[in-house]
Structure formats: structure tokens, C-alpha cells
Design a protein around this ligand. Sequence first.
Ligand SMILES: [Zn+2]
Length: 95
Amino acid sequence: MEPQTEPQTEPQTQPPGPPPIHIDDRVQMRKPHPCGGNDWVVYRVGADIGLRCLQCGRHVMLARRDFYKRLKAITHQAKFPAANSPAYPEGTETN
Ligand SMILES: [Zn+2]
């Protein structure tokens, strides 16, 4: 019998399924914004994901499904380190 309480310390490995996203996370999308910027900050999380372009400041709202389809990388996670990302319940909108 192997112990099942061994912590997993593999920050390079991406978990299956969509990664959790939080307000103030910084992300990169597959297609850059027409202004040339490709860095976005998350300002709204709910059924839709709200993004603000860090280059021109324009706001964009994407459905959660479209957001994950276009997501390229999360460059900065505001609240949780990448190594410790629990299964996060969706639809917890507090606004
Ligand atoms: Zn822009």
C-alpha cells in the first residue's frame, strides 16, 4: 500500500481541465489585441471573464468557454501560487 498523503510538488505540470482564474490575474491570449499588446489583466470573473488590455486599457468580455479557448498562458496569478491550485468551484460570483 502506498501512502496517498504525499504532497505533489510539480509546478511545471499543468493540471487537466481549465486552470482556475481570479481577479487581477495576468494572462496572455493566443491572438494579440489589435493595438499590439498581448498582456491582459482579469477584472471580472463569473459566467463571463472580463479582461482589460494592459497596452491600451480597453475592456473585453468573453464567455468563460471562449476565454479558455483563446487563453495562451497565465503569466501571473494574483491569489494562488501555481503549485497550490485547488479544484475551484465555478460560478461563485460575489458581485
Ligand atoms: Zn489593446
